[in-house]
Design a protein. Structure first.
Length: 278
């Protein structure tokens, strides 16, 4: 297990950049006050990693939250993603510049290809490499790339993606993909760690919550980290943002980590990376 210390702790990416292993996701947080407050509350509580995307339509509010938080920009790990309709070489570079403008920032810590758009993601990756080498992006990566997408990308890429952000939870572990990423020094990251709320229905989660005297969300988020997976739970509620991060005063036993792995049934709650049409 990688060393887990506290909310500001990091995993080291293959280029030496430190990525906080726990962050705030802002998917579906409304632009304006809602997302600005969420970002400010999170940073105030000690979060140092904020994950947005151009398609979320809330980068402006995220940027305001960062600015108003009073936390030094260099201490915050900011992530955004290029959307499918912006993929391609020139358009990816433009999209990056637009994201920076909306966020009111000079650079991103991590920029991701949001989905593996067929016939486009290699050109997009070339643009990502350019942004990494010449435009001050500290790390580049992908999201929703299955092993065959990664293998295809690696045949022509100069830079190996630093991160692969995937749907990840006890019903969708994809251990082979995690192993492939680990072997290729690609940091695995979870989206939808709470199974879009379905995690709260599982009896085993209720049992573990009682055993450790923690909430179900805290159990599964701790499990992510013990699996060496970066996690970014989304919330716009102050109490929940704080509670989600309260996972550094306990440790799941190896047996309980395995128990959750064994729930794996290849079940997605989000779109299938091999079959999406947006």
């Amino acid at each position: 297990m990688k060393n887990l210390t506290d909310l500001k702790g990091t995993f080291t990416l293959h280029n030496g950049v430190e990525m906080p292993y726990f962050g705030l996701g802002v998917y579906l947080s409304e632009d304006g006050k809602e997302v600005t407050n969420a970002v400010k509350w999170a940073l105030d509580d000690g979060y140092r990693h904020i994950d947005t995307a151009s398609v979320y339509g809330n980068e402006e509010g995220v940027g305001i939250g960062i600015k108003e938080s009073g936390v030094d920009r260099k201490d915050i790990f900011v992530v955004s993603k290029v959307w499918n309709s912006d993929q391609g070489y020139e358009s990816t570079i433009k999209s990056y510049e637009s994201s920076l403008k909306r966020l009111n920032l000079d650079y991103l810590d991590l920029y991701l290809v949001h989905w593996p758009v067929k016939g486009k993601y290699k050109e997009t990756w070339r643009a990502m490499e350019y942004l990494y080498k010449h435009r001050g992006v500290r790390a580049i990566g992908v999201s929703n790339f299955m092993q065959h997408h990664l293998e295809d990308l690696l045949t022509s890429s100069e830079v190996v993606p630093m991160v692969n952000q995937m749907e990840f939870h006890p019903y969708l572990v994809q251990q082979e993909l995690i192993d492939f990423c680990n072997k290729n020094t690609i940091q695995y990251e979870a989206w939808s760690p709470l199974m879009q709320g379905h995690i709260f229905e599982l009896d085993i989660m209720k049992d573990l919550a009682a055993k450790y005297n923690k909430t179900i969300a805290q159990i599964v988020l701790r499990w992510d980290l013990q699996k060496g997976v970066v996690t970014i739970p989304k919330s716009a509620k102050k109490e929940r943002i704080r509670a989600n991060a309260d996972i550094f005063d306990f440790e799941l036993t190896d047996g309980d980590v395995k128990k959750l792995e064994q729930l794996d049934r290849g079940k997605r709650f989000g779109p299938d990376p091999n079959n999406f049409d947006f």
